[in-house]
Ligand binder design. Structure first.
Ligand SMILES: Nc1ncnc2c1ncn2[C@@H]1O[C@H](COP(=O)(O)OP(=O)(O)O)[C@@H](O)[C@H]1O
Ligand code: SF4
Ligand SMILES: [Mg+2]
Length: 317
């Protein structure tokens, strides 16, 4: 479904009056098979959202390629753009700002159909009613306004709108992080069911390890613009190999029922993506760093016998 090859997204910025470059995504290769759910996890600022946005062409790509069902997202022409728009959609963290407060739900959900199809009138209303039904909202919501809905209901509306053009890939960028804890579990359960029933492929972005473990069959761990470990979720969680994945999983106590492990626990300082460390970008925080090697040479990704990929010198030989 999705292939990302050596993706680079760099942002030019000014820092202390000097020109500088934020290397938000710095050489990411990933693929997601149809029907899979890949979790992208990592601390805030590691480049997760930038990847999600690049897939939807919301960020300019500096290098590499992204292909959706074989079609390049980076070099898409006009007709390809229209096809890509149908194939992939994104759901953002904050449903409050994603919905126009002055539009009734009917119009918000109908918007992509109005912009990109010829469906109108009674048929349009029927389609929106069907979409609301898929996300578990009754037709009485059609004429309600966002402020009359709870956070969870608003996020369901955003998901309905994302489904309007029948995409095959959904990028979910922290879709439950802005919701009350009590609603989070409901929405997660719903997303899991939705994927099965609609035969969707997910790229699920979250800083919350428990959420990724619940939803995703594959997991990719990001650190400073790179994937440091990627593999089957159960492998990565039960026997992490990369020193950073280990730290993430050890940093917080085992979750009690209803609690979640979070990656936003501070483990030393995260270096700036403007002044990247030399060699392995994790060497400034790594307990297993080898002097003279890790601080000088960037480790290439290594495929392990169990099918996962790890970017670390410990596995190079
Ligand atoms: N438009 C932009 N201009 C400059 N820097 C940006 C821009 N978008 C993101 N960044 C920077 O890129 C890095 C990665 O950001 P992001 O992808 O949002 O991380 P995450 O989603 O993992 O928290 C951060 O340092 C962020 O400040
Ligand atoms: S390459 Fe070296 S510094 Fe980087 S994670 Fe592996 S051991 Fe640690
Ligand atoms: Mg983000």
């Amino acid at each position: 479904m999705l292939e990302i090859e050596d993706l680079k997204v760099h942002f030019p910025i000014r820092e202390k009056w000097q020109k500088a470059t934020v290397k938000a995504v710095n050489g990411v290769s990933l693929s997601i098979a149809t029907g899979d759910s890949l979790g992208l996890v990592g601390e805030s600022g590691s480049g997760k959202s930038t990847i999600g946005r690049a897939i939807l062409r919301l960020n300019k790509v500096t290098g590499g390629d992204i292909r959706l069902k074989g079609m390049s997202v980076v070099n898409a022409g006009r007709t390809e753009e229209e096809m890509l728009r149908r194939q992939a959609q994104i759901v953002f963290q904050d449903p409050h700002s994603a919905l126009n407060p002055r539009m009734p739900i009917l119009r918000s959900v109908a918007e992509p159909l109005v912009l990109h199809t010829k469906v109108r009138g009674v048929e349009l209303r029927r389609r929106v009613t069907d979409l609301l039904e898929i996300v578990g909202l009754q037709s009485q919501f059609l004429y309600r306004y966002p402020h009359e809905l709870s956070g969870g209901q608003k996020q369901r509306v955003c998901i309905a709108r994302a489904l309007a053009l029948q995409p095959e890939l959904l990028v979910l960028d922290e879709p439950t992080s802005a919701l009350d804890v009590s609603v989070q579990a409901q929405i997660l359960e719903f997303l899991k069911k939705l994927q099965r029933e609609q035969n969707l492929t997910y790229l699920f972005i979250s800083h919350n390890l428990a959420v990724i473990r619940y939803i995703c069959n594959r997991t990719a761990v990001m650190y400073l613009g790179q994937i440091v470990e990627e593999g089957a979720t159960e492998q990565v969680f039960s026997a992490p190999r990369h020193p950073y994945t280990k730290v993430l999983l050890e940093a917080v106590p085992l979750p009690e029922a209803g609690q979640s492990r979070r990656t936003d626990v501070v483990i030393g300082d995260v270096p700036s993506p403007v002044n990247m460390p030399t060699g392995c970008s994790f060497h400034t925080r790594c307990a297993e760093a080898m002097a003279g090697r890790c601080d000088k040479v960037a480790p290439p990704p290594v495929a392990l016998a169990d099918g996962r990929r790890v970017r670390c010198h410990l596995f190079a030989d």
